[in-house]
Design a protein around this ligand. Structure first.
Ligand SMILES: [Zn+2]
Length: 41
């Protein structure tokens, strides 16, 4: 079983093995695809 991360702003999904991995992948995604959201967090 894994943990799925999903983006609120697009169809991005990520399946990882733990919260730290999913959180990191999501933050990398935000930084690359939604820099305005990234800067706000
Ligand atoms: Zn996104």
């Amino acid at each position: 079983m894994g943990i799925t991360g999903a983006c609120e702003r697009c169809d991005w999904r990520y399946l990882g093995s733990g919260y730290p991995e999913v959180t990191k992948a999501y933050q990398d995604h935000l930084r690359e695809e939604h820099p305005d959201t990234w800067l706000r967090r």
